[in-house]
Design a protein around this ligand. Structure first.
Ligand code: B4P
Length: 194
């Protein structure tokens, strides 16, 4: 059993790889993006505030996101937790360390998916086009304009976590530019050593 973080810019493939780990290793995916999208549709005051922030490409406040994760950590962890899109700020990283310790758990690896900016924009544009072609609602933050802001938030608030986990010797880098199966195989190698 291993608890891991998938770290990387928006569109790096965190959600894509987390879903494979759920199927292949019975791990539990904790995606703050999915939790927040669910909150958006809840019709509550919190959901309305979350929608406003996400649709502008900004980060939701730490207290809301940490609260969502704290609730899930009390549940079953099966093959281990995959933190997908969490933490995204240094206070979130500190909160995660405390939460794991309070449940007698450890963090086994932080996997950074490395993808260049041009490829990220291409993926998000493609996702929006494919979703539209299927007649499904397109994510409001999957426009080139909002994506630009999400990327800026990443470099400002989330990229410092790379150095933070590097210093703790937890960071493992995986080439996220490769095909999905190749990325999955590289992640599997990290997990097998964790
Ligand atoms: P998220 O839901 O986490 O989403 P994401 O950044 O878009 O990306 P992900 O990396 O999961 O990309 P995916 O696999 O889908 O965040 C959305 C928003 O929620 C944030 O902007 C923020 O507002 C809020 N939020 C979430 N967590 C928060 C937190 N902790 N604190 C504060 N706010 C928070 O892949 C994208 C596309 O690429 C897909 O179409 C996929 O098919 C394709 N793809 C994936 N891997 C590929 C590969 N190897 N090659 C080619 N294409 C690939």
């Amino acid at each position: 059993m291993a608890n891991i973080i998938l770290l990387g810019p928006p569109g790096a493939g965190k959600g894509t790889q987390a879903k494979r780990l759920v199927d292949e290793r019975q791990m539990v995916q904790l995606s703050t993006g999915d939790m927040l999208r669910e909150a958006k549709t809840s019709g509550t005051e919190m959901g309305r505030r979350v929608a406003e922030v996400m649709d502008k490409g900004q980060l939701v406040t730490d207290d809301i996101v940490i609260g969502l994760i704290a609730e899930k950590l009390a549940g079953p962890s099966a093959g281990g937790f995959i933190f997908d899109g969490f933490p995204r700020t240094l206070p979130q990283a500190d909160a995660l360390a405390e939460l794991l310790a309070s449940h007698g758990q450890t963090l086994d690896a932080v996997i950074e998916l490395v993808v260049d900016d041009a490829a990220l924009v291409g993926r998000i544009t493609r996702r929006a086009e494919e979703t539209k072609a299927k007649g499904q609602p397109v994510r409001r933050d999957d426009t080139p304009e909002v994506f630009e802001l999400r990327l800026r938030e990443f470099y400002k608030n989330t990229a410092p976590l790379i150095g933070y986990y590097w210093a703790k010797k937890d960071l493992r880098q995986v080439d996220g530019m490769a095909e999905m199966d190749t990325v999955a195989a590289e992640i599997a190698k990290v997990l097998d050593k964790a």
